[in-house]
Design a binder for this molecule. Structure first.
Ligand code: TYM
Length: 342
């Protein structure tokens, strides 16, 4: 398929299911803002329908959705230039997801590592939605014919499944209708690790709050978490290769590089040989300098829930204007009868 025939369009999503953390910021939000600055058309979604694949208290979901929207805006996403909305306001996501439930194969879904991780030992008790999660994700992307999907490393398998779904639909119906979306996994912090264990991903579900930096943390909390971050006793090596067997050191260097917009090599040239007693305070200062304005702005925005809701409603309207004709065309391709159009 001539993928170049599709106009570049960026789509990505984040679940409103708890605190936004540094991994979400460096792996996703910061890169979402960069895509916006490059002038590509950008759509970003608070995926509330994905969040409810596991239990969410209704009041918590409402709050988390607004807080996520505030996090997007505070990270530099401009609701006038990017389309910001929550998934449940655009019914086309669910409608196209049903179509993709009929395209995707059980075997494909069973291979998804996120399902295996989240369902745990008791997979029989997981919701059907958790199993079908990647088909909804494919629908999120393909309802807009999005071509590029900036994500952290952990979402790569899901984007590949979206490509498989698009390709199978195109093949089965003999069309070149859906683009094969590209995962965009770039930069020094595509997989930010826990501050307590450099072999585990930084995650909102880690029971230890010391394992992650939340975007709502104040300067003291950020500095304390970095000071207490687990490290080995050696000073930083002088070259990036020396980080290979040192996951905690590598993680802190990656975080520094991503926050400072530097390459890992540049950080090593500057900080190689430093003891952590020197490097950690520098990292803490940098993190506070970059993150404190975001948390301050989030707090301010959270003071006006009606304004956030209005932004999401406006974004949903603009999103629907793109997705509705694509869904209708999908149904037409499949032979679904619809009202005649003039
Ligand atoms: P979610 O909500 O778990 O995470 C949102 C984004 O943050 C990235 N991320 C990380 N990046 C680096 N280091 C980490 N420790 C880290 N933790 C999280 C994730 O890779 C992601 O980019 N299924 C998706 C949401 C989704 C979506 C979509 C994404 C739904 N529909 C369509 C793209 C396109 C998820 O659960 O992300």
């Amino acid at each position: 398929m001539a993928e170049a025939a599709f106009t570049p369009r960026v789509f990505s999503g984040i679940q409103p299911s708890g605190n936004l953390h540094l991994g979400n910021y460096l792996g996703a939000l910061k890169r979402f803002a960069e895509a916006q600055e490059r002038g590509t058309e950008t759509l970003y979604c608070m995926v509330d329908l994905h969040a409810v694949t596991v239990w969410q208290e209704p009041a918590d979901l409402t709050r988390a959705t607004r807080e996520l929207a505030a996090g997007f805006i505070a990270s530099g996403l401009d609701p006038a230039r990017s389309i910001l909305f929550n998934q449940s306001q655009v019914a086309e996501h669910s409608q196209l997801a049903w179509v993709f439930n009929c395209v995707a194969r059980m075997g494909w879904m069973q291979r998804m590592t996120q399902f295996k991780d989240k369902a745990g030992k008791n997979a029989q008790n997981a919701s059907l939605g958790l199993f079908a999660y990647p088909a909804l994700m494919a629908a999120d992307i393909l309802a807009y014919h999005a071509t590029h999907v900036p994500v952290g490393e952990d979402q790569k398998q899901h984007i590949e499944l979206s490509r498989d779904i698009a390709a199978k639909f195109n093949h089965d119906y003999g069309v070149e209708f859906f683009p094969l979306p590209e995962p965009v996994i770039e930069g020094a912090a595509t997989r930010v690790m826990s501050l307590r264990d450099g072999t585990k991903k930084m995650s909102k579900s880690d029971p230890s709050d010391m394992s992650r930096i939340n975007l709502t943390d104040d300067a003291d909390a950020i500095a304390k978490k970095i000071r207490k971050a687990r490290t080995d006793p050696e000073p930083l090596p002088s070259e990036a290769a020396g980080l290979a067997e040192r996951p905690e050191a590598r993680n802190l260097v990656n975080i520094y590089a991503a926050l400072a917009d530097m390459s890992v090599e540049q950080v090593m040239a500057e900080a190689g040989g430093q003891a952590f007693s020197v490097f950690k305070p520098r990292l803490a200062d940098l993190a506070v300098e970059r993150l404190a304005p975001i948390s301050g702005e989030m707090k301010r925005l959270m003071g006006d829930a009606a304004a956030i809701d209005a932004i999401l409603a406006d974004g949903a309207g603009r999103a629907r204007a793109i997705a509705a004709p694509i869904l209708r065309r999908t149904y037409d391709i499949m032979g679904m009868v619809g009202a005649p159009r003039s």
